[in-house]
Write a protein that binds this ligand. Structure first.
Ligand code: ATP
Ligand code: MG
Length: 286
């Protein structure tokens, strides 16, 4: 049976406005083949409705919520973590390459190609772990007791940008150092994953064990749609001696925009990213 499709420009516009793929498919399915006039009329109706929805969403954001869904995800996790005894910290976004070497992301490692160089010795951090390794070690040395800290901030990776990857994204990384009994790391992580998902309001997720270049093994939190929301790992770990660290630890790194996408729905992570084209899940091209 002959079918009709929207033009590329029409399709791109509907995608930008966040019209779900199934809505587009249903609209096309109801059309006669070869009737471009009816197709264009359908397009205009879909576009008009979507523009209205995006505008209404922006108006709700400015008048009621006053915080974007991504910032809300950070706030929900931060509130929960403060309640669990974690202190919020910030470490530099520009870091020396020597810190990546200590993460075994060395010159010959493919991950190194994803790193943005700032100058001969420095780069934009692709992860928060280097800074947190130092802070947890130093705080433990000074305070002489278990350390619970977390950081939320931008990380940068030269990814082949798809609908699930951003060049600049926000990681929230939490770590408990010297507080878990050896052997109890995995159970501890399962509890923390449950706490985090409850805090952000996601009740459907699975834990999957993955091989990781940097960590050997990671436990991923995966959404019901198969999206990796976070990666957890634990020590004692082979990287630890590079950082002068010898105690147990557990840590989880959440991708804030991915968690927000899983919670709020939608097909492209860009809508929830730091952007001047989208705000709070809405397109500004309306
Ligand atoms: P993936 O395999 O999906 O590329 P990853 O395993 O390389 O992710 P991690 O290093 O485990 O990513 O980073 C921790 C979390 O940060 C991920 O679980 C994901 O939620 C998020 N994340 C990683 N890379 C990106 C990216 N380029 N854009 C958005 N979020 C990201
Ligand atoms: Mg991962």
């Amino acid at each position: 049976m002959a079918t009709i499709d929207f033009t590329t420009t029409q399709r791109e516009r509907l995608t930008d406005l966040g019209v779900p793929a199934e809505t587009v498919a249903a609209a096309l399915g109801a059309l006669e083949a070869d009737d471009a006039g009816a197709r264009n009329e359908k397009y205009r109706a879909l576009e008009l409705a979507a523009v209205r929805e995006n505008r209404d969403g922006l108006s709700r954001l400015a008048e009621d919520d006053r915080v974007t869904p991504s910032l809300n995800t950070i706030a929900a996790l931060a509130d929960w973590l403060r309640g669990e005894g974690y202190t919020r910290v910030e470490t530099p976004i520009i870091i020396p390459f020597t810190m990546l070497d200590k993460m075994t992301i060395t010159e010959d490692e493919p991950l190194r190609d994803q790193v943005f160089r700032v100058d001969k010795n420095k780069c934009l951090r692709p992860m928060l772990a280097p800074g947190l390794y130092v802070l947890m070690r130093e705080l433990h040395r000074i305070l002489g007791r278990p350390v619970r800290i977390f950081e939320a901030g931008s990380c940068f990776r030269r990814e082949t940008e798809g609908s699930k990857h951003l060049t600049e994204f926000t990681m929230l990384n939490m770590v408990e150092f010297a507080g878990v009994e050896d052997g109890g790391q995995r159970a501890k992580l399962e509890g923390l994953a449950a706490g985090a998902m409850a805090a952000v309001g996601i009740d459907d997720y699975t834990l999957e064990t993955e091989a990781s270049v940097v960590y050997g093994e990671t436990i991923d939190i995966v959404s019901k749609d198969g999206l990796e929301l976070a990666s957890a790992s634990y020590g004692p770990h082979s990287l630890d001696p590079n950082w002068g660290v010898f105690e147990t630890w557990v840590g989880i790194g959440f991708g804030i925009e991915r968690v927000t996408l899983a919670k709020c729905g939608g097909e492209n992570i860009k809508r929830y990213s730091k952007s001047v084209n989208y705000l709070g899940g809405m397109s500004l091209r309306v």
